[in-house]
Structures are given as C-alpha cells and as structure tokens.
Design a protein around this ligand. Structure first.
Ligand code: ATP
Length: 299
C-alpha cells in the first residue's frame, strides 16, 4: 500500500508546525523522517495515524484521503507506535499485545485460536514471550517498547508508522528492530534520531527543519556534511560502511576547548591508571576542567 503526504500543513494557534510536506512512501518501502528536536516529525506522523487532521493538504493511502476512510478501516490499515503509546494501565503483556487485534474484532468477540497463535508469534518475534503474564507496569523501557512493537505486528497492518521506536532499546534490539522492519514487507514511515540507524535501515530519508522538508532522497544523497552542519549544527564525516556499504556518519565531537572526548579520556587514564572505571571518568573530567581553567576558558 502506498502512503503519500500530499502537501500536508499543520498550524496550531497561528503557528505553522508542518509546512506543505510532500513525501511518498512507496509500497513495501521504508522512509525515515529525520530532523532536529521540534522540527515537526511527530506532528507529521500524527496526521498519518489520524491523531491530527492536517490544516491543509492530505494523507493518501493508495490515493484515498485517510480522513475519508472509516476510522475502523484505517485502524486496520495503519498501525502506529508512538510516543503516546505507553499507557499506565495495569494490563499483562499478552493482554496489551492482543489489543492489536481490536480493529479486526466484531464487537465483543474474543480472540480465536489463530489470533492467539499470532499473538504468541509476535511476542516471540520481539523477544518478550517469556514476559507474557507480567504486568506491563513492571517492565523496563526497552521491554515495554518491544511489547508495543508486538502489538503493532498482530494488527497485521499494511502501513506502519513509528515515532522514535528505538527509544529505550539497547543496540542489539535496535539492530533487530531494523531487521524486522526490513523483513516485514510493510510500508513504513519512521521518525528516527539516530542518523546512522536511519541510513542503514531506510530506503529513503526526508529531512525536516522548522516544519519544512529541506531534503529528501537516498541516505547517500541526503546525508552530506553540508546538510548535517546546516540542519543539525554538527560537523560530521561521511563514510561508507566497509562491509554493508551503508552511508554512515562520524561526528566530530570536539568540545568548546577544541579537544575530543577520546583525548580527554586518554589523559584521565594516564593520570590515574584505572581505565574504564567511573573514577577514571571523574578523573578525566577533573583533568579536563583544570586544563580548561589553566587555558583561561570561561568557568
Ligand atoms: N499541540 C501543540 N500546540 C502547540 N505547539 C505544538 C503542539 N504540538 C507540537 N507543537 C510544537 O511543534 C513543534 C514540532 O513538534 P514535534 O513534536 O512535531 O517535533 P519533533 O520533530 O517530533 O521533535 P522531537 O525530535 O523533539 O520529538 C515543537 O516546537 C512543538 O513544541
């Protein structure tokens, strides 16, 4: 199913949060929305999963305006994993995952055998099967996030919208989520802060800045040092992953004294001889601060 944002604008109290956003997500492709904090990514995604109605323009699913599709029908087609998905209700993991079937159930009907099997498959797929009977309130942030991904999977949508899905996920689960998205065959629109994960996962990227799309294209076309500097205010070097060929960024993490964190850590290690400990980090900081003071840096 093709997703198209056709000149979507959102204004609240006279302020434009998203301006004439045009973005296509071809069927079965993954498009990443990147941009600084407050650039309008979540606002744009909310229009897709109908938490917001565009002030102008439209969100189209295979050419049909989503606002013209009955809510229950669009809930079957579009699953969303959002910043608001985390609820404080005391449900078990399997109950939360089963909620993903809601748009498919006639009123009051219980899950059938195949649906329960689907829920078990989805929990196993994201590695939370062992938590099935646990209250979601007792889970870690990453476990909860994976439960919500399982809930989205059992919805069996055609389009998946994810807002910062790797929040809370450790690096293994980030990589697994990226692989899951790629294997899903779904049409995916995902907002990501991790530009390297976005570059490795997404077929195309759209860059938002101040509510406007300032670049769109393949990761290699979009992620240039100039764009990273202009949009994020960060110096970066673009490299090609030696094995996968993916475009990746190396950030120039120099601090206000012009030194890198690596240099500082090395100094700390040399001065204390206790590599890798909290004590070392503290010592490194101390060295760094006192060096800065010696250099006349503002304190
Ligand atoms: N309902 C609202 N009323 C007023 N301003 C809003 C509303 N919703 C969002 N905003 C503002 O719109 C801007 C865009 O917010 P949005 O959440 O879309 O950004 P984002 O790119 O997802 O940011 P982040 O990376 O921090 O999650 C922000 O400045 C935000 O404060």
């Amino acid at each position: 199913m093709e997703l198209r944002l056709d000149g979507v604008s959102v204004a609240v109290a006279g302020r434009a949060l998203v301006r004439e956003l045009r973005l296509d997500v071809p069927s079965g492709r993954i498009v990443g929305l990147i941009g600084p904090n407050g650039s309008g990514k979540s606002t744009a995604l909310r229009c897709v999963y109908r938490a917001l109605r565009p002030t102008a323009g439209a969100v189209l699913l295979d050419g049909a305006d989503v606002t013209a599709i009955p809510l229950r029908e669009s809930a079957r087609l579009v699953a969303a994993l959002t910043q608001e998905s985390h609820s404080e209700l005391d449900f078990t993991v399997e109950e939360v995952v089963a909620l993903g079937r809601t748009p498919h159930l006639a009123h009051g009907r219980a899950l059938g055998r195949e649906e329960r099997e689907l829920c078990r498959w989805a929990m196993a797929r994201v590695g939370v099967a062992h938590l099935a009977g646990r209250s979601v309130l007792t889970l870690s942030g990453g476990e909860r996030q994976r439960v919500l991904i399982a809930r989205a999977l059992v919805q069996q949508p055609r389009v998946l919208v994810l807002d910062e899905p790797t929040n809370h996920l450790d690096v293994r689960h980030q990589v697994e989520l990226a692989a899951l998205l790629r294997a899903s065959g779904l049409t995916v629109l995902v907002a990501l802060h991790d530009l390297n994960l976005a570059a490795a996962t997404c077929d195309r990227l759209g860059v938002l800045s101040g509510g406007s799309l300032v670049a769109a294209g393949s990761p290699a076309d979009v992620l240039t040092p100039e764009l990273i500097r202009r949009v994020f205010g960060v110096e970066a070097t673009v490299v090609t992953h030696p094995r996968t060929g993916a475009t990746q960024l190396l950030y120039d993490l120099t601090d206000e004294t012009g030194r890198t964190g690596g240099e500082d850590r090395t100094r700390g290690v040399q001065s204390t001889g206790t590599a890798g400990t909290a004590k070392t980090a503290k010592a490194a900081n101390t060295v760094h601060t006192s060096d800065a003071i010696a250099k006349g840096a503002p304190t």
